[in-house]
Design a protein around this ligand. Structure first.
Ligand SMILES: Nc1ncnc2c1ncn2[C@@H]1O[C@H](COP(=O)(O)OP(=O)(O)OP(=O)(O)O)[C@@H](O)[C@H]1O
Ligand SMILES: [Mg+2]
Length: 269
């Protein structure tokens, strides 16, 4: 048991209604004789309806952590509890079912199907849920409006820019209204203005729909849109901070509208 973590953990940063709970997580990759400790004893909790940013430099373990949270990779040791379910104990079939029911992904590689239009790509996950064509097209249509792609609904991926494709990927992840959304550098291909728009969109998703969003980024500015900022370095958590929510930002004070104030209320560990 990691007593050190328990002793230094500040309970005030613990969410009331925890959706994601990670306990003493390790991921050790073996490369020949060498062992890479991609995750080296990580523990934290994320509450329902939180927008959480996991921030760290390249190679710090962000993607490893996200893949593990999403049940895409098995940890070497430790526990991952999502919605009360231990996902590290599930087999592949159970994981597929769990992901389909609870989880949405926004990846940097947006892997859209090249033969389908933007609308068809976004509607696709709804057909897996047995939704009728008319309803799924309606929902996909609204979601594409939300990400600002009104004019690109009939375009195929090759007829769109990288950033537009990324927004289609985002719409596709959100359309099923998952309980938890994982996003790995979701604005990696977007210019700064579009990135800010996407951050607003993500804030809206969690604030209005009560969804929980976990975003990985190396960008401190993007992280400032989150409610919780978890900093990671060399596979360890450096800090876990709840950020004061700024409901109505104003451009006048120099803060981008919607960005949270970098004011630490509860640093931990
Ligand atoms: N399959 C693997 N086999 C061996 N080592 C790996 C593997 N995947 C990741 N690593 C190592 O684990 C560490 C963490 O990698 P990870 O991909 O999680 O970093 P990251 O924070 O997402 O970086 P980036 O910002 O560059 O995407 C790195 O040192 C990486 O080289
Ligand atoms: Mg990564």
């Amino acid at each position: 048991m990691d007593t050190n973590l328990e002793m230094t953990g500040n309970t005030s940063s613990k969410p009331k209604d925890s959706v994601i709970s990670v306990k003493n997580l390790y991921k050790i990759y073996k490369l020949g004789d060498e062992r890479v400790r991609a995750l080296n004893g990580v523990s934290f909790e994320i509450g329902r309806g939180e927008f959480c940013a996991i921030v760290g430099t390249s190679g710090s373990g962000k993607s490893t952590l996200l893949n593990m949270l999403a049940g895409l990779e098995k940890p070497t040791k430790g526990e991952i509890i999502l919605e009360g379910t231990h996902i590290e104990k599930k087999n592949e079939n159970q994981l597929v079912a769990f992901r389909r029911q609870h989880i949405g992904f926004i990846f940097q590689a947006y892997d859209l199907l090249p033969s389908l239009t933007a609308l068809e790509n976004v509607a696709l996950p709804l057909s897996f849920r047995g939704m009728r064509r008319k309803e799924r097209n309606l929902r996909a249509d609204k979601m594409l409006d939300m990400v600002g792609l009104q004019k690109y609904k009939k375009h195929k991926p090759t007829q769109m820019s990288g950033g537009q494709q990324q927004r289609v990927g985002m719409a596709r992840a959100l359309v099923v209204r998952p309980d938890i959304i994982f996003a790995d550098e979701p604005t990696g291909n977007l210019d700064s203005v579009t990135s800010e728009e996407m951050m607003h969109l993500m804030q809206n998703v969690v604030r209005k729909k009560g969804q929980t969003l976990v975003m990985v980024t190396h960008d401190d500015h993007l992280a400032s849109y989150a409610d919780r900022i978890i900093r990671i370095q060399d596979g360890k958590i450096l800090s876990n901070t709840l950020v004061e929510r700024k409901e109505e930002g104003s451009e006048a004070d120099g803060t981008p509208v919607g960005a949270n104030e970098e004011k630490t209320v509860a640093p931990t560990e």
